[in-house]
Design a protein around this ligand. Sequence first.
Ligand SMILES: Cc1cc2nc3c(=O)[nH]c(=O)nc-3n(C[C@H](O)[C@H](O)[C@H](O)COP(=O)(O)OP(=O)(O)OC[C@H]3O[C@@H](n4cnc5c(N)ncnc54)[C@H](O)[C@@H]3O)c2cc1C
Length: 516
Amino acid sequence: MRKNARGIPVNNFGDEWGGGVFIERICFEYLPDLGQWEQPERHDRHSFFLLEAGNVTMEIDFQQYHINAPSIIYMHPDQVHRIAAFKNIVVSAWAVTNDNLNAGYLKLLEDILPAAPMALNDRMFALLTEAVSLCIKFSEREKDLLYHSLLKDQINALTALVLSFYWEQRMPSGDRLSRSEFVAKAFKPVNILGNTIGIVKRMGLLDQIQLNALLMKSVEFKNAHDITERLDLTQKRQADSGETEYEIERDILLDMLYQLVKDDVAFVYGESITGLKEQGDQVEVNFKNGAPQTFDLVFGCDGIHSVVRKYWFGAEAAYSRFLQAYFSITIVNKLLIPEYTTQMYSEPGKTVMLNAYNGKTDICLAFFAEQEIAYDYRNEQQQRNIILDQFKNTGWRTAELLEEVQQSTTFYFDKLCQMKMPSWTKGRVALVGDAGYCASPAAGRGGSLAIDGAAALADAFQNCQGDYELAFAHYNHAFRPFIDEVQADVVNFGMEALIPRSQEAIDRRNKEGFGF
Ligand SMILES: Cc1cc2nc3c(=O)[nH]c(=O)nc-3n(C[C@H](O)[C@H](O)[C@H](O)COP(=O)(O)OP(=O)(O)OC[C@H]3O[C@@H](n4cnc5c(N)ncnc54)[C@H](O)[C@@H]3O)c2cc1C
């Protein structure tokens, strides 16, 4: 979490960087007196540093980074930074103010925050240095008629390139749209309920989860005239049913889990597997960037579009059960309904849901589709068009929400499906969570299921004294009835509550809530 940066001086560079765009290449062969650079400061513009040679130690938002070339360092105007040390550096630096930056890039830059320095591979570095060199040449032609426009366009192009690299590095595999993956991650709340509460208690995390839980207040079921037909108060519903449930931001939960294991587990970021091969009592894993490595066991916890599953168990289509629905999520950085509330509106086969928390609103649009729709998952505009077309005649606030969807840079679209696998293990490889038994977002408990599955596997290992074959058999056997039940509930009740297919079903849901 970012510390309070309000007391930190803002460097506006006086007139030194005229016109709001600037680029230069600097070399320091020795360590100069850093003077004021050693003090924490913020810039009044977006700053980029392409570290071409040498290394530098910096604090960004009070976190220290030792950065080796080639790397890119991006600093948002809100980010506090301080240079602690550097050695033999060659750095190309460029900066651009908000009013000179393409509005779309501005939004995307905000989306990648907090952006840590990023190591560049050879391909990225070669392309960036070439683009920077050209930009520096333009910056030296001050007498050109269109000097400022040319420089501004070129700096925007450099910014777009850096943004693409950030997105690329956050994309786990070449298989999916990076932005789509990113929005899925940004879809923050994860539900902790049922058995999972006992598991997180055993892990010593329950207190932290309780302290950080989102206090969602209510769910309102609306009609076309924006009249609330039913209001469910979240706390009352939990008290009546006797079932406690915590909703927590996904990133906060991930951070808690990370803090628990970080000293015992090696984390590698920006990597993806490209193949698995069992070699005697080991599994050889090939990686996209690094050298192959061997492991005793491999656990695929890589989500609904798991590549571990693809490489080891076969194509996704063989296990994916289409739930005859598609959904999209767009996150806007404003409140469209009162904070910490949910509103839902349905017409036969179509549902619009708004979910507001922490100053943002998720716009969820889901529709029934008898058959799967053919579309290019890389073509976001095509997916937006599917949504715009499906909801063009839908009532309530839908027209206004479609405007938001059209303008937003965050858009996620996917079919609703479940993963149904006869076995979650094969040889020395096991799948956990969505990769093996996704119940679909309609279950509203995918986060819980992933934790339950990991705990079931850990318990199986403990009970079987580490014998992996027995433990895997136990995991497949003991955990399956629960998964079957959750998945069946989604098919039998959850889908009809989420996207009722008749007016009668809508009326019933709006009268009885999700409990009917
Ligand atoms: C739109 C939407 C709404 C949802 N709403 C809710 C909700 O309200 N409540 C709830 O509890 N759950 C919800 N879920 C479901 C929940 O997010 C998932 O069920 C849960 O996150 C599953 O956890 P997981 O660890 O199995 O997979 P994920 O959380 O998907 O994690 C998989 C991880 O693997 C990484 N990865 C993927 N591929 C690769 C690769 N090739 N190489 C390296 N790493 C890779 C990913 O980056 C990610 O970090 C929702 C899901 C979606 C998409």
